[in-house]
Ligand binder design. Structure first.
Ligand code: PEP
Ligand code: MN
Length: 257
């Protein structure tokens, strides 16, 4: 079902009145995690003033260590809903368990499935039974074929509102957090009819190269960019090193095509 051979036209994913995959890129920015209303509001206000429509922020954080901040959970979803209503933005957040679909549905405009859950098949089937758009991230060590099959799980349950997100893969390289597989962008665009986006934050982990990588992704045909922005990254509860400040974001934004 994800294959180009089954559908000649590009799938356009509609998030409210925002269309992803229709030509002009749609970007998604926001903090790694929802920490407080004020923290998200600072970023939301900035994004709104720049004309962006979709804000990200994690309420359920799948952290490598169980001792690290796990997210605010339902309270985080409540903050996102308040942000959505206050700033007239669409909100996207990661869910990590099948039961979160029903829980999070009233709060979010789009579900994110994180890299670590790309092959959580029960979760994929659960979002597949919803009609909300799904932002599916490529697994840490997933092949493009496996990535496409993960999306197939969602479509096979009836939900074809899926956006594929390349977020870097594991390689031997240590100068970047992961290795941005730019070839995945044209490959996924050619092999599937789904929109493709690129997360420049988790793929690179290096702020200085994020704008160049975003431009490379857009030149390769990406339908949009995701990146993390935090009002005070040094004191963030997750991903301190890689979230852009509002000032760094402005520079990034000016430098992307
Ligand atoms: C995220 O986008 O918040 C995230 C945890 O990214 P990934 O699943 O790609 O690691
Ligand atoms: Mn993060």
């Amino acid at each position: 079902l994800v294959s180009r051979s089954t559908k000649a036209t590009d799938t356009v994913v509609r998030v409210g009145d925002v269309s992803i995959g229709e030509g002009s890129p749609v970007h998604i920015f926001g903090p790694c995690a929802v920490e407080s209303f004020d923290q998200v509001a600072t970023v939301a206000e900035h994004m709104k003033s720049k004309g962006f429509d979709i804000l990200r922020g994690g309420a359920f954080k799948p952290r490598t260590s169980p001792y690290e901040f796990q997210g605010l959970g339902k309270e985080g979803l409540e903050i996102l809903l308040k942000i959505k209503e206050t700033y007239n933005l669409k909100v996207i957040s990661e869910i990590v368990a099948p039961e979160h679909v029903k829980l999070a549905e009233p709060y979010l405009d789009m579900f994110q499935i994180g890299a670590r859950n790309m092959q959580n098949f029960e979760l994929l089937k659960a979002v597949g039974r919803s009609d909300k758009p799904v932002f599916l991230k490529r697994g840490l060590s997933a092949t493009i074929e496996e990535f496409m099959m993960a999306a197939e799980y969602i479509l096979s349950e009836g939900n074809s509102n899926v956006i594929l997100c390349e977020r870097g893969i594991r390689t031997y390289e240590k100068m970047t957090r992961n290795t941005l597989d730019i070839s995945a962008v044209p490959l996924l665009k050619q092999k599937t009819h789904l929109p493709v986006m690129v997360d420049v934050t988790h793929s690179t982990g290096v702020k200085e190269i994020m704008a160049d990588c975003a431009n490379a992704a857009l030149a390769a045909g990406a339908d949009g960019i995701m990146a993390e922005v935090h009002p005070d990254p040094v004191n963030a509860l997750s991903d301190q090193a890689q979230q852009m400040t509002l000032e760094e974001f402005d520079k990034f934004h000016q430098n992307i095509s």
